[in-house]
Design a protein around this ligand. Structure first.
Ligand SMILES: NC(=O)C1=CN([C@@H]2O[C@H](COP(=O)(O)OP(=O)(O)OC[C@H]3O[C@@H](n4cnc5c(N)ncnc54)[C@H](OP(=O)(O)O)[C@@H]3O)[C@@H](O)[C@H]2O)C=CC1
Ligand SMILES: O=C(CO)COP(=O)(O)O
Length: 338
């Protein structure tokens, strides 16, 4: 049994904490919101993010970060990408021992273009950890919290840390593989959110399965093109954090990115979409980040560019689809020898 703190009590942090409780660990779920801590303790539910699910009796809820992380051997960070740096700075003030750092977040930071583990490494004092592990794959909180079969990948440059994370989380409904390609796993998990916005837009416009299959497939081409340029293993993209997460996020009603895209496709303005969601839609900021990176590094990413233009340039979804379909004709498979 291990003592573990899960930081971030949204839908994914809560679901991951439940998996760890099922595995018999001593689990502390931390929320930055005092009121939420109180309500969760009284109702034994996460009313805002997973309203239908009873929390395990053994799950301890904290609002005091120093108490939540006291004497833990692992910390699982599950806050939105925009909160990662702030959380690391808070941890620098309260950590007293070395821990394994695991994260379950999926995004890229605009301007720096950093992946989550890069942000953690920039902010978290290195005396408190040796390696970072990314836990990623096709895994909606709504399904994990009712123990539906789910598979994910624990990725770290350090194989031992990946195996440690695998052992911590694996159980008969939550199967964990390991990988040493953290670049590919983090980029796959973050960039699929952009394509899922596109799949939602396509459905919102009333287009069918052909269009969605095209988006998923050509989206995967774009993701692998960018990621291999950044040093990822191309084989990662036929795995769980590549095509696996892309399928689930583009096709599931649970997906926040798909749902946001769907509303955009139906013509709702962006601010209204975000107000309606009330939950993290990582694809919005990640689109900005990846669009910047593609421009800077001259990487061809037409779908990402189109979604960027819908979100940030107020082009209509229909205009963007028409432009994508009438691009200069080309071959399907990239020439990787050049
Ligand atoms: N939901 C899912 O199925 C999955 C999500 N993920 C990833 O997990 C990450 C978290 O997403 P998810 O749980 O869905 O998000 P939610 O929108 O469900 O919850 C976000 C949580 O983070 C909290 N939070 C926001 N800002 C801060 C901050 N500055 N410090 C501490 N906590 C903060 C929110 O608190 P408050 O309520 O006060 O705003 C809320 O509890 C994302 O990167 C997402 O892509 C990955 C796999 C599956
Ligand atoms: O990453 C996810 C599923 O694997 C969650 O996707 P959404 O944030 O779109 O809900």
């Amino acid at each position: 049994m291990s003592k573990v703190a899960v930081l971030g009590a949204g839908s994914w942090g809560t679901a991951l904490a439940m998996v760890l409780c099922d595995n018999g660990h001593d689990v502390r779920l931390w929320t930055h919101n005092k009121e939420q801590k109180h309500v969760m303790e009284v109702e034994r539910k996460n009313q805002k993010y997973l309203p239908d699910i009873a929390l395990p009796a053994s799950l301890a809820i904290y609002n005091d970060l120093s108490q939540a992380i006291k004497e833990v051997e692992a910390i699982v960070m599950v806050v939105p990408t925009k909160a990662i740096r702030e959380l690391c700075l808070k941890l620098n003030d309260v950590l007293t021992n070395k821990v394994v750092i695991i994260h379950g977040s999926k995004g890229i930071e605009p301007n720096s273009h950093y992946r989550i583990s890069e942000m953690i490494k920039e902010e978290l004092d290195p005396v408190f950890y040796d390696n970072v592990v990314a836990l990623s794959g096709p895994s909606h909180a709504e399904e994990v919290s009712v123990k539906h079969p789910t598979t994910v990948t624990a990725a770290s440059e350090d194989e031992q840390s990946a195996v440690y994370t695998q052992d911590l989380f694996i159980n008969p409904y939550f199967r964990v593989y390991t990988s040493q390609d953290i670049i590919g796993v983090e980029l796959g998990g973050a960039l699929k959110n952009i394509i899922a916005l596109g799949a939602g837009i396509s459905d919102g416009l009333g287009y069918g399965d052909n269009a969605k299959a095209a988006l998923i497939t050509r989206g995967l081409t774009e993701i692998s093109r960018m990621a291999t340029k950044k040093g990822a293993n191309p084989l990662t993209f036929i795995g769980l954090s590549g095509v696996g997460d892309l399928i689930v996020t583009c096709t599931s009603v649970h997906s926040r990115n798909w749902r946001a895209g769907n509303m955009l496709g139906k013509g709702l303005p962006l601010q209204e979409v975000l107000d309606n969601m009330g939950m993290t839609v990582e694809g919005i900021r990640t689109t900005e980040a990846v669009y910047q990176l593609a421009q800077e590094e001259k990487i061809e990413m037409p779908i990402t560019t189109g979604i960027h233009d819908v979100i940030y340039e107020r082009r209509t979804p229909k205009e963007v689809v028409d432009a994508l379909m009438t691009r200069t004709k080309t071959t399907e498979v990239d020439d990787i020898s050049s």
